[in-house]
Design a protein around this ligand. Sequence first.
Ligand SMILES: Cc1cc2nc3c(=O)[nH]c(=O)nc-3n(C[C@H](O)[C@H](O)[C@H](O)COP(=O)(O)O)c2cc1C
Length: 195
Amino acid sequence: MNLKEAIMGRRSVRKYKNIPVSEEDIRDIIEAGLMAPSASNLQPWYFVAVSRRDKLDEIRDTMQKVSQIVMPSLEDRFKNYPRIVAETRHFISMLGDAPLCVLVFLYKDDETYQRKETELMQSTAAAIENMLLTAYDKGIGSCWMTSPLESGLDAALKEKFAPDKGKMVALLTFGYPDQEPKMPRRREGRYELII
Ligand SMILES: Cc1cc2nc3c(=O)[nH]c(=O)nc-3n(C[C@H](O)[C@H](O)[C@H](O)COP(=O)(O)O)c2cc1C
């Protein structure tokens, strides 16, 4: 697959087959994240990859609560699309039965890092996209999620999985897709050329 095919073809997958992701693929995905550009080369990330059944269940327990808390904002954002609300709620609570989750942290909370938060967040986002595209290239679907943060339950996940690795910024699900999502419409008028 070439880069353009990966960029155009990647979709958020919210339902996965009951097939594990191999350790080799997990390492390849994480290492693609580590290759991202970062502000001042600070590499301000920490990843926790979880595929152990009991630990995934612990994440899902927290996500059940997340789904209840984010319901009002979900209903507001998609007020004319009840099907999207129901599907997203189900996905958030069960994580689409994903066999692999990666928790993403903005590593370290010291003063320097606090001041550079915008730059560090962008660096971490670049690492996440590298991971999603690398997974896609292997036939592995993914979804980038921030709903644990919106619900305030990121602290519970941080406490369980990486209490001393900074602020949790995203939860990523990975697995072999059990659906073929359509591409959500891209908005017009979001760039201009000065050439
Ligand atoms: C920062 C960020 C946070 C997201 N959080 C969620 C989330 O909490 N739950 C979810 O189902 N999708 C989440 N998504 C996925 C978006 O809904 C999705 O990328 C968007 O609808 C475009 O669809 P596509 O990824 O298939 O192109 C998130 C994406 C990003 C970049």
